[in-house]
Design a protein around this ligand. Structure first.
Ligand SMILES: Cc1cc2nc3c(=O)[nH]c(=O)nc-3n(C[C@H](O)[C@H](O)[C@H](O)COP(=O)(O)O)c2cc1C
Length: 210
């Protein structure tokens, strides 16, 4: 029930109080929720960048179509996904799992071969569609964790991904940006959305009993 109350409380904050900063402890928890997210085959196909430097946040404004949110927020998380699958990337979490669980080194060979047979024959574009979906799972959990901590957040995909990739040098890291999540504290007086009712489709329309 507490989670539902937190989800009722949260909203896509439109105006932040730039004087209020989110503690490192809270930022860490919000990122940790994404790290703990389930992903397809557990491969964690995305990474999270934590931007707190004002000069970088200011550079995000034109990239985010002039949305001042990204400069006024305390931190901006950027969720970036693998630009494609490679043999090395597919193997990486299974090597770690084998080591951490003390399993025989060939434990996941058949499984990873099956994954490689699927992903390595797809185009990078097809693979990015899949890796980006995993980023959305982590993103959702970070939004929920922020709400639980009473930290405001704005889910954002309204930005130029190529420009953000360039700013964060993501290509060299084999990543492409997917989403931004500014974090901070609402401007109680200046946010037009704050007093507005939360609107969702009625349950009877949203839920289809079969
Ligand atoms: C994937 C995604 C992308 C979004 N992109 C933006 C954005 O670029 N700018 C913005 O102000 N809001 C953005 N939103 C916020 C949505 O408009 C908002 O979540 C939705 O209207 C529901 O309202 P609520 O979050 O206040 O409950 C985005 C939300 C999601 C989930």
């Amino acid at each position: 029930m507490a989670l539902l109350n937190d989800l009722e409380w949260r909203y896509a904050t439109k105006k932040y109080d730039p004087t209020k900063k989110v503690s490192q402890e809270h930022v860490d928890k919000i990122v940790e929720a994404a790290r703990l997210a389930p992903t397809s085959s557990g491969m964690q196909q995305f990474r999270v960048f934590v931007i707190s430097k004002q000069e970088i946040k200011d550079q995000l404004v034109p990239i985010a179509n002039g949305q001042q949110i990204v400069a006024d927020a305390s931190h901006v998380l950027v969720f970036a996904a693998w630009d494609q699958y490679t043999e090395e990337r597919i193997d990486s979490i299974f090597k770690l799992t084998t080591k951490e669980r003390g399993l025989p080194s060939d434990k996941f060979v058949d499984y990873t071969n099956r994954l490689k047979a699927v992903y390595l024959k797809q185009s990078p574009e097809e693979n990015f569609v899949h890796t980006a979906k995993q980023a959305y799972i982590g993103f959702g959990l970070s939004i929920a964790q922020a709400a639980e901590l009473k930290v405001d957040a704005t889910p954002m995909e309204g930005f130029n991904t190529e420009q953000l990739d360039e700013l964060l040098q993501l290509k060299a890291k084999g990543l492409k940006s997917v989403l931004m999540l500014p974090l901070g504290y609402r401007d109680e007086e200046g946010d037009w959305l704050l007093p507005m009712k939360k609107v969702r489709n009625p349950k009877e329309e949203f839920v289809q009993e079969v």
